[in-house]
Design a protein around this ligand. Structure first.
Ligand code: NAP
Length: 324
């Protein structure tokens, strides 16, 4: 079994580190770690700031079936560990920390984290996206104790129970199917009468006797006193409301990029994604973006990894052109 060997951030480094890196990669998901592999092999002096989920979203995914090279599929956390191990092998320094801010108006660029302040001549921003929330009553109150955005983390607690999954995309359906391993019934509540998920996942879901679908419906409230007891849904066609009894609610209604800290410093699109060109260049020379933080369209592992590779190769070119 592969193991993480991330160095903790250095508490003594609350003051700015003297060291100026050639490259800091913000984020340790598929995009950031692919960039780290390429940068390491190019012998670029690199720091990777790995966020709360080393290996990124695959670490929270049961099974990945569409990453080339694994014809039988691969366990998500296993793939995440492999990404980390491969990036480490090529020498990138990794710290486990959270980025709190950047200053792109100075050179070298400044990156602040919970524990330290770092400087670098180039940046690759690959901090991904976070699960979108419903914003309904009960969601915050029960989050982490009945409401979840991670079936692989929490599914085990719902053995022989009834759970609601909200959403109709690949995540909702794949994670809903995963939940059928534990739960006695998985009820998918979707706001339309057609799923958005890939056909193969739809076929599996419709064929699974534990899956049930509530169409054209929006969750309006998560109900319960001490624990979740159900959800109140509104049928969007008839306007009628009803209660679905359930012990847990899993929300998979898409992702949002984490870009607030870049607002005013980098060009963002109307949905908040970082604008990057085909060479992963952002509006600030020397700053590149890769993965889901700049991708409102595809958001696939293999695409994220590809953009990470492109960004690292562009960094290499930039450092050659501007050696100081
Ligand atoms: P997604 O494809 O954006 O789907 C989000 C789902 O949530 C949609 O069905 C959407 O409804 C619904 N939704 C959005 N906002 C809502 C709201 N406020 N209330 C209720 N429902 C709402 O997101 P995702 O499933 O997380 O997938 C993201 C990307 O990752 C996709 O490109 C997906 O293909 C990819 N992905 C791939 C895999 C895989 O291939 N193995 C696994 C997971 C994810 P509408 O359909 O009406 O818009």
């Amino acid at each position: 079994m592969l193991d993480f060997k991330l160095a903790p951030s250095q508490p003594e480094a609350r003051l700015p580190e003297e060291e100026v890196y050639d490259l800091i990669i913000l984020g340790g998901g598929p995009a950031g770690l692919t960039a780290a592999i390429y940068a390491g092999r190019a012998r670029i002096h690199t720091l990777v700031i790995v966020g709360p989920l080393p290996g990124g979203q695959p670490a929270n995914t049961d099974m990945v079936e569409n990453f080339p090279g694994f014809p039988e599929g691969i366990d998500g956390p296993d793939l995440a560990r492999r990404f980390v191990a491969q990036a480490e092998r090529f020498g990138a320094r990794m710290v486990h920390d959270s980025v709190t801010g950047v200053d792109l108006s100075v050179r070298p660029f400044v990156v602040r984290t919970d524990m330290a302040t770092y400087r670098a001549r180039t940046l690759i921003i690959a901090m991904g996206a976070v699960p979108r929330r419903l914003g309904v009553p009960g969601e915050d109150r029960f989050f982490g104790r009945g409401v979840s955005t991670c079936a692989t983390c929490d599914g085990f607690f719902y053995r022989d129970k009834r759970v609601v999954v909200v959403g109709g995309g690949d995540s909702a359906i794949i994670e809903g199917l995963y939940l059928t391993r534990f739960a006695r019934e998985v009820i998918v509540v979707h706001r339309r009468d057609q799923l958005r998920a890939t056909q193969i996942h739809q076929e599996r879901a419709f064929a699974n006797p534990k899956m049930r679908f509530v169409w054209d419906s929006a969750v309006e409230e998560i109900l319960g006193e001490k624990t979740v007891t159900g959800v109140r849904v509104r049928n969007l066609k008839t306007g009628e409301t009803s209660v679905i009894e359930a012990d847990g609610v899993f929300i998979y209604i898409g992702m949002e990029p984490q870009t607030e800290m870049f607002r005013g410093q980098l060009e963002l699109d109307e949905r908040g994604y970082i604008v990057a060109d085909r060479r992963q260049r952002t509006s600030v020379p020397g700053v590149y973006a890769a993965g889901d933080i700049q991708d409102p369209l595809y958001r696939q592992l293999v695409v994220a990894a590809g953009t990470g590779a492109v960004a690292a190769m562009e960094v290499e070119r930039f450092l050659e052109m501007y050696p100081d």
